[in-house]
Design a protein around this ligand. Sequence first.
Ligand SMILES: *[C@@H]1O[C@H](CO)[C@@H](O)[C@H](O)[C@H]1NC(C)=O
Ligand SMILES: *[C@@H]1O[C@H](CO)[C@@H](O)[C@H](O)[C@H]1NC(C)=O
Ligand SMILES: *[C@@H]1O[C@H](CO)[C@@H](O)[C@H](O)[C@H]1NC(C)=O
Ligand SMILES: *[C@@H]1O[C@H](CO)[C@@H](O)[C@H](O)[C@H]1NC(C)=O
Ligand SMILES: *[C@@H]1O[C@H](CO)[C@@H](O)[C@H](O)[C@H]1NC(C)=O
Ligand SMILES: *[C@@H]1O[C@H](CO)[C@@H](O)[C@H](O)[C@H]1NC(C)=O
Ligand SMILES: *[C@@H]1O[C@H](CO)[C@@H](O)[C@H](O)[C@H]1NC(C)=O
Ligand SMILES: *[C@@H]1O[C@H](CO)[C@@H](O)[C@H](O)[C@H]1NC(C)=O
Ligand SMILES: *[C@@H]1O[C@H](CO)[C@@H](O)[C@H](O)[C@H]1NC(C)=O
Ligand SMILES: *[C@@H]1O[C@H](CO)[C@@H](O)[C@H](O)[C@H]1NC(C)=O
Length: 466
Amino acid sequence: MISSTFSILALPAVSLALSQQQPLYSSYDFNPLEHLAGIAPYFEPNDPAKDPSPPQGCHVTKAAYLVRHAAINANDFDYESYLGPFASKLKNTTTDFSKIPGLTFLATWKEPDVKEQERVTRTGKLEAAQLGVQLSYRYPDLRLPKRVWSSTSERTTVSAEALIRGFETDEDEIELVQIYESKESGADSLTPYQACPAYSSSRGSQQSQAFAKKYTAPILARLRAQAPRFNWTSDDVIGMQEWCGYETVIRGDSPFCSLELFSPDEWLAFEYTQDLMYHHNTGYGNDVSGSIGYPWLNATADLLATPPESDDQDIYISFTHRELPPTVLVAMGLFNNSDLTGANDINATMPTTRINYHRQWVSSYILPFLTNVAVEQMNCSASYGYQNSTDPTYYRVLVNRSPQVLPDCYDGPLESCSAKVFQNFVQERGEVFGDFGGACGVKYSNSTNVTGFYQNQTKGETVGKR
Ligand SMILES: *[C@@H]1O[C@H](CO)[C@@H](O)[C@H](O)[C@H]1NC(C)=O
Ligand SMILES: *[C@@H]1O[C@H](CO)[C@@H](O)[C@H](O)[C@H]1NC(C)=O
Ligand SMILES: *[C@@H]1O[C@H](CO)[C@@H](O)[C@H](O)[C@H]1NC(C)=O
Ligand SMILES: *[C@@H]1O[C@H](CO)[C@@H](O)[C@H](O)[C@H]1NC(C)=O
Ligand SMILES: *[C@@H]1O[C@H](CO)[C@@H](O)[C@H](O)[C@H]1NC(C)=O
Ligand SMILES: *[C@@H]1O[C@H](CO)[C@@H](O)[C@H](O)[C@H]1NC(C)=O
Ligand SMILES: *[C@@H]1O[C@H](CO)[C@@H](O)[C@H](O)[C@H]1NC(C)=O
Ligand SMILES: *[C@@H]1O[C@H](CO)[C@@H](O)[C@H](O)[C@H]1NC(C)=O
Ligand SMILES: *[C@@H]1O[C@H](CO)[C@@H](O)[C@H](O)[C@H]1NC(C)=O
Ligand SMILES: *[C@@H]1O[C@H](CO)[C@@H](O)[C@H](O)[C@H]1NC(C)=O
């Protein structure tokens, strides 16, 4: 009796204390892995927290996905510029890090031993396979795709194979079609930027270096105070922050991600440095971005214009590199810092002297490993308020599963876009961005403005179980 009285009184008291903890003490937490831009392991930011399921009364009838390859050991440029130099400097140092609080791990840290830098990691293969499984959950009523497309480099084909193995239930149900990474493909490839002379892969580094110099200065002062003989440089700081991402996707975790080593604000500054680069490289800060991304949007709109029965597949998945998805988002007008401002002062939205914390162009959302941009065709005949007996078709865009609202194209359920308005939208974007050859200053004679390979019915190869 006593004990039961005790428990009746005690339990509510305990749960009350727990439920009060949240409002009383703020729960600040910070995950550097979600701020690593192109080195961020795959995650689904869901910001704003819109429901990823289709709007009420709608069901998805077709979908197209553009996917960046999954996590790799290291990008060659990052390795040669930052990761490698820091690792060899560390190997060679006379500084005894074991005696330096906060940096003791550097006394024993060894660079991961990988066969080839640009290979997809185990984590990457697993995550690509997992995306295949997730697509099967997301679209239980759609037919398994017959073909998946990938550009020809190893990391894109290996990622596509892993997704296929996760998606198919029996072996050899899905074929992989490889699209050559040509410098003269015009827009007819999954790597059109490589065939675009006006695109330069180093664009944006000047702006990003300007900000890197600023944010690393106080970090360098601290590191120099801690370990004066190491001759710390700004590139060492960037190298260590990049090792956080790469080591995590190779080994599962990394001491470089520690918030004792770099504070949350220092990770946000690293992220902004990367965002500046991508903004000027493949974002709104580069005039040619929209023209590089448009042909995929247009080809996709074409694939999704017809009802499902009229094609031999419902789901179109294509693997590419980090450059293409952001340009497609520019072609769609998404993540535009100037959106709804009534102005279009592109450079002013990304100053190199301070962080624009409220920018929309957040590359950790836009191009993490395995980033995926999807366009869905939906039948909304059962929706309330949006019935159209002539055509119940609506379109929706998801970026890493988060529903997006297209500018001037949101007349449908939950700001999705009706077939008629979507068709006009794609056409109007084409009036701005449809001249790939002109915008790119293409010199070769056999160029094309159109991505046509989806119509080719090329036979691919099955991938087996491995
Ligand atoms: C290692 O240190 C020595 C002596 O300071 C220097 O001559 C050499 O260039 C360094 N090697 C590397 C790879 O940094
Ligand atoms: C143009 O020709 C080159 C060289 O033969 C080829 O690689 C490329 O795919 C062609 N481009 C198109 C759009 O057919
Ligand atoms: C320190 O690093 C700078 C920049 O890499 C280099 O020029 C300089 O020679 C280094 N100094 C020493 C003492 O190693
Ligand atoms: C970005 O938004 C501004 C303001 O609405 C607009 O003028 C501009 O055309 C947009 N950029 C693109 C590429 O859609
Ligand atoms: C934005 O900055 C780039 C690089 O500094 C420059 O080339 C471009 O003219 C600027 N654009 C505008 C509209 O000021
Ligand atoms: C839309 O879905 C409804 C209900 O499933 C079906 O009756 C109708 O035929 C579909 N319309 C189209 C155009 O697919
Ligand atoms: C219904 O769909 C048709 C065909 O796309 C379109 O022409 C018409 O404007 C739509 N009606 C409404 C009320 O949205
Ligand atoms: C969009 O794609 C269609 C179908 O392939 C093509 O006819 C049209 O010319 C393309 N539009 C632009 C602006 O490239
Ligand atoms: C690309 O589009 C532009 C503008 O519409 C046009 O002048 C040009 O001829 C097109 N190029 C090709 C190869 O079709
Ligand atoms: C698609 O087929 C056309 C016509 O056979 C060919 O010219 C083009 O190169 C093919 N495109 C790709 C990317 O294979």
